[in-house]
Every structure is written in C-alpha cells, then in structure tokens.
Ligand binder design. Structure first.
Ligand code: URP
Ligand code: ZN
Ligand code: ZN
Ligand code: ZN
Length: 488
C-alpha cells in the first residue's frame, strides 16, 4: 500500500475553513490532503457524510492527581486517556502538581512514571506551582520550561495550594522572562473562607451552600486582581474555568485594551447550574466544582464569550472523584461542602456537549467548535502545528464525527472510573465514530484499539501566547530613569 491509512470523502474542518477531500496518512503523519487521492491505503475509511475534525485537545484535566486535601483522582492515565479518546480527544494536557515542600523536578519525574506505561493518547504537562521557592524560581522552573513544560497553573484559593499576590508576581515575572504561560484559578480566598465559616457555624454544610460560599463576586474580584498583577509586570495570563458574568466582562475589557489575557470555560458552565447541587443529603456533591455552576444568565454570558472570542479554549476541567468516602464525600453523609472533593468529570463529553449545544443549536460555527476544542489549545500551549490542525506534516490526530448520532448520556456507556456523570440522561446529537491518534485507529464503533502506554509525551515549545507586550506598568518603565536597575 502507498499509505497506512486513507480517510476518503471527508468534510474536513479546520479552525479557518472546511473543504471536501481525502486525507492520507503515513508514519503517523498526514501525508496528503486532496480530493480523490490516488494510491491505496493499508486501511481505508469512507467518511462520506461525516465531518473529520482535528482530534480534540483538552488543556485542563486532572488525571492521577492528588487534590489539595490529598484525595486521589478516580482516573489514572489509562482510564483518563481512554475516556478522552472515546469523546474525540487525542491530546491531553493534565497537571503535574507540586504540593508544598516538593521539588518540581521530582514532581515531573513522578507524573512521567505514572503516565508513560498507561496513556493511550499523547500528552503534555502543565506544572501546578504552589511553592515558588528560590530554588524553584531560580533553577527548576527555567530548566523545566526549556525541557518543554511551558505553562503553569497557580491558585488564588485553597489553603494547601494558594499563592499570595507577592508570590504570583514572582511567578509571573519568571514566566515572562523564560517564556511560559501562567494559568490562574481566580477566586478570592478570604471571601470564600469567611462565608463558609459562617455557613458551617449555622449548621449549613449541605452541597448547595458551596455555591453560596463561592460567591460570584469572589470570582470577579480575583479575576480583576489577577489581571492587574499581570499588567504590573507585563506578563500574559490565562484565566481558567471562568463561570460568571463579571469575570467574563473583565477579561473581555482587558482584551479590548490589547492585553494578552486569555480565557477558558468548561462544559459545566454551559450545562449545569447551582440548582443541580440542591439535592437531598450529600447527593448534590456530585455536581460540586469550583467555581460552581451559576444560573441561566451566567450560561448565556458564557455562550456570548464563546461566540465573540473572549474564550479561546473550552476544556473539561475533568476532576474525577467517585461518590464515596475515598472520593467526593470523605466523611460520608456527614461531609460538609468544605470537605467535599471539588470537581466534576467531563473529559469524554466535552466535544459532544459543545457540538450538540453549540453547533447544532446555531450558537457557534463548526470553525469555532474546532478552534475552541482543539486548535486554540495547541496554539496557546506551544503544540501547534504538530497538533490542532489537519494539515500536511501534522500528526494524524482525527475525530471522524457523526453529526446525526443521537446519544443519551449514561455513565455506564462512558469510560471513566468515576461511577456517575453529572449529565446522566442528557440527550446529545453528534458523537465521534472513529478516533485516530498519530495514524492509529484508537477508537472505532465503540471499541478501543490502543495499547496501554502507546501515548507519547509532547514537550511544548515556548508559546507566542507567553511573549510579553513590551509595556509593563509605567512605574516599572520609569525605574531606569531614576537610576534603578530594571526588574526585567
Ligand atoms: O472544582 C474543581 N475545578 N476542582 C479541580 C481543581 C481545579 O481547581 O481546577
Ligand atoms: Zn482550578
Ligand atoms: Zn482544574
Ligand atoms: Zn468550597
């Protein structure tokens, strides 16, 4: 055969256009794209009537990671990546999470040891930085950036994870200098703690109070503060899992000023509301994540942000915990919202949910769908054009998409290890039928066909998204005029 694989008669969708034609694959890479490719493939797939999309890239997923409280995720690198693949995702960027006192070098080593034998699709890592010591800032992070870990997540809340504004400035200045993109979990810690304290004191520990304690203004304030810190030192920044109206507007206004501020949102913020947590006993914990889902007005604002480009990425924030004492509810039915493991699963439903609610309902275009689920992730995190596009020379990562497939979401049909889905019973239209990772057919007709450990680690380039504008706050620019040594 001339090629390893040919996908014929496809409606090939990239973030900028759609064309009709065939895709030929050789040695894991796209070798040709044109109508009626001559020659034979060792395997040929007729994709007539179907869309062929660049495989999804999920740039926010917690896999085989311990939470701030030390609770282990339900998905390891096998179940997590298998579940991703069944939903049309061919690249994940989970986190290698530093907890205080740990060496970042050791953390990265540990996550590689976990992922290498298990991942079935390709992966990169963001670093969660909780302990920006002189060793971390001076040596470990610069070296890790050069080795392909070019994005960090930092937290403004959670006792065990949060960094101070001072530490954020240290991390932002370092990222600016060395070429990494900083992702921020933006919620005002003290507002949440204060509200939670008073709620718990009154005996209101039920899951629905999580959404009260994590008030909207806590997210709005922290988003504004994070962006202000970024402005001071002229460092680009991405605000993760944005859920509410004012935070979206703050990001939009920053972008209008020309600042390199990016935004991410997730399925839970278009498909859930705070009312989902209002269930008897601790049941509502199944829908608990931070920030919490809000209301239908917030959902509409999230759609506006997806439509007008305020959001670059639609990620799962897959944070899988089983509904038991080893997971979501460490103290059983006595668990208060302060003790629940935060996060919802979503790695498998991410693309179908956005397609069904977005493209099918006319809210976003096919091109926007591809940008939000794949291309923009690759661009923002230094994986483009190897990932995120159907182009000659790019990895053959494809999702062959049946837009007419009706699916009722049932956890028993998903492939994660969580035991429930917050979307049980939802009707979805559109699902991938064949998923290809570097030319290998990893999913076909509901069956997995991939070896454990066949996914590859992807070192990320220092992305353009991380390049500073060259205009720090005026006071910092004026320093040298007063004889002070410039800070960068
Ligand atoms: O509730 C959430 N999102 N938990 C996962 C950790 C995080 O903050 O992303
Ligand atoms: Zn977060
Ligand atoms: Zn997360
Ligand atoms: Zn909480």
């Amino acid at each position: 055969a001339d090629y390893d694989l040919i996908v014929r008669n496809a409606k090939i969708v990239n973030d900028d256009r759609q064309i009709e034609g065939d895709i030929a694959v050789k040695d894991g890479v796209i070798a040709a794209i044109e109508p009626g490719i001559k020659g034979k493939g060792r395997r040929e797939i007729d994709a007539a009537g179907k869309f062929v999309l660049p495989g999804g890239i999920d740039s926010h997923a917690h896999i085989e990671q311990k939470s701030g409280f030390g609770i282990m995720c339900a998905d390891d690198f096998y179940s997590g990546t298998v579940s991703a693949a069944f939903g049309g995702t061919t690249t994940v960027i989970p986190f290698a999470a530093q907890h205080r006192g740990m060496s970042l070098r050791q953390v990265v080593k540990d996550y590689h040891e976990a992922a290498t034998p298990k991942a079935v699709i390709d992966y990169a890592f963001h670093l969660i930085v909780t302990d920006p010591t002189p060793q971390a800032l001076g040596q470990d992070l610069p070296a890790l950036i050069r080795d392909g870990y070019t994005s960090f997540k930092i937290y403004m809340t959670y006792d065990a994870m949060k960094v101070s504004d001072y530490q954020m400035l240290d991390i932002l200045a370092l990222a600016r200098k060395e070429g990494a993109l900083v992702m921020v979990h933006a919620e005002n810690h003290d507002m949440i703690q204060w509200l939670a304290h008073h709620l718990i004191e009154q005996g209101h520990g039920a899951p629905k109070f999580h959404a009260i304690a994590h008030a909207r203004v806590a997210e709005a304030e922290a988003t504004n503060r994070a962006i202000s810190l970024a402005r001071l030192v002229d460092a680009p920044m991405l605000i993760v899992h944005v859920s509410e109206i004012e935070a979206i507007e703050t990001i939009r206004q920053a972008q209008k000023k020309g600042l390199k501020i990016y935004g991410e949102t997730c399925p839970q913020y278009i498909a859930l509301t705070a009312d989902d947590m209002d269930k008897p006993g601790v049941q509502g914990a199944m829908w608990c994540c931070s920030p919490p889902p809000r209301d239908s007005a917030a959902q509409e604002a999230v759609w506006e942000g997806l439509k007008d480009g305020t959001f670059q990425t639609f990620s799962s924030d897959h944070a899988p915990y089983q509904f038991n004492e080893g997971g979501k509810i460490p103290k059983g039915d006595k668990t208060t919202f302060k003790e629940m493991a935060n996060g919802v699963p979503g790695i498998e439903i991410r693309l179908p949910m956005l397609f069904s609610e977005g493209v099918q309902k006319g809210r976003i275009t096919m091109q926007q769908f591809v940008a939000l689920t794949s291309t923009n992730h690759a661009r923002l995190y230094g994986l483009y054009p190897r990932k995120g596009t159907i182009a000659v020379g790019s990895d053959a990562d494809l999702a062959i998409w049946d837009a007419d497939k009706d699916v009722t979401i049932r956890w028993k049909d998903l492939h994660d290890n969580v035991g429930y889905t917050p979307y049980e019973g939802r009707e979805i239209k559109g699902w991938p039928t064949v998923v290809v990772s570097r030319g290998r057919i990893v999913v076909e007709d509901g069956k997995l066909n991939a070896e454990r450990g066949s996914g590859q680690f992807l070192p990320c380039a220092s992305p353009d998204s991380s390049k500073p504008l060259g205009q720090a706050a005026p006071e910092l620019q004026a320093m040298s005029r007063f004889g002070a040594k410039p800070l960068f």
